[in-house]
Design a binder for this molecule. Structure first.
Ligand SMILES: [Zn+2]
Length: 305
């Protein structure tokens, strides 16, 4: 429901950001990229891979959600999510180097890679440290446990809807929806390079578009807890001051405080991306907070009425 209605070409904006990051010389960073090759002509993919390798060789970790075969071939480590989409996905069906995946009959991506034979001569093993996600269960994920070797390029692959973005952005980046995540202390920063929308469109999302949000806000304001706290309908809006988090002005993200990354967003440290103040979040309607509803699809939220 909180999905943005209009987005820029994600691939293009990510590549611009990556190129600007390279000059910074920052190390110890876990970069999370969402299909940076999207919309890219195949002949330009090698340039992108070169940027990712330079970031890695500076002492960073690059975790990338990707369908592109060339990127998968060049990655040091692959995590294959699937086997299908939605309920048929959500499991780790293969994990390892491209070589190992190709020998794994249960990995659809390995089977695909088997049809091509242009593997790099050597893989990075990483710096010996790992970020390990244990028993992730968000959305369609089914007790997914995955290892991300630090100091490598690791690609998360699988068909659309298999759970790649859930694992990387909803579980790892938010550190929730799983039993535990070990090893994040070995990383200095986590920087998400998502497919960011135009700034002026940030407040227009699918829910507001469909007036469903107005209905929701009225429901929340009518709850006994809301009345007890003196919260009105407008306090459940992230568009106006009142109940929203003021550090991010209800966006859930803030500009990262580093001059060379001026156009990059990180999860708001004050509300942890929840977009509202704690007392507003404490009000529940059908056992969901207003932030929970914003994380549902329109189809899911309609079932509550
Ligand atoms: Zn905030």
């Amino acid at each position: 429901m909180d999905r943005q209605a209009i987005t820029l070409s994600g691939g293009e904006s990510q590549r611009l950001k990556l190129a600007s990051i390279l000059g910074s010389g920052l190390t110890g960073v876990l970069y999370i990229l969402d299909e940076p090759t999207a919309g890219l002509h195949p002949k330009d993919t090698s340039g992108l891979i070169s940027i990712m390798k330079q970031l890695r060789d500076l002492g960073n970790t690059v975790l990338v959600i990707e369908h592109d075969e060339l990127v998968m071939h060049e990655a040091d480590h692959l995590i294959d999510i699937g086997p299908g989409a939605g309920r048929k996905g959500g499991e780790v069906v293969g994990q390892g180097t491209a070589q190992e995946l190709m020998q794994n009959p249960s990995s659809p991506t390995g089977t695909l890679l088997n049809q091509k034979h242009s593997l790099p001569a050597r893989r990075r093993n990483g710096n010996g440290n790992y970020v390990t996600i244990t028993n992730a269960n968000a959305n369609n994920l089914k007790n997914v446990t995955a290892n991300i070797p630090l100091g490598t390029i690791t690609s998360v692959t699988g068909v659309s809807g298999s759970g790649k973005s859930t694992l990387v952005f909803d579980v790892l980046a938010k550190n929730k929806g799983c039993e535990k995540i070990v090893g994040l202390d070995k990383v200095d920063h986590v920087i998400q390079v998502g497919q960011s929308p135009l700034t002026r469109m940030q407040r227009s999302n699918v829910a507001t578009f469909m007036d469903l949000f107005t209905l929701l806000r009225t429901q929340f304001a009518a709850q006994p807890k809301a009345k007890e706290l003196g919260l009105k309908t407008k306090d459940f809006s992230f568009n106006t001051a009142g109940g929203r988090c003021e550090q991010c002005e209800g966006l859930g993200q803030v500009d990262v405080n580093l001059s060379f990354l001026s156009d990059m967003k990180v999860t708001c440290p004050s509300c942890k991306g929840q977009r509202f103040q704690d007392h507003v979040l404490s009000v529940q309607f059908k056992e969901h907070s207003i932030a929970d509803f914003l994380n549902l699809s329109v189809e899911q939220s309609i079932t509550f009425f």
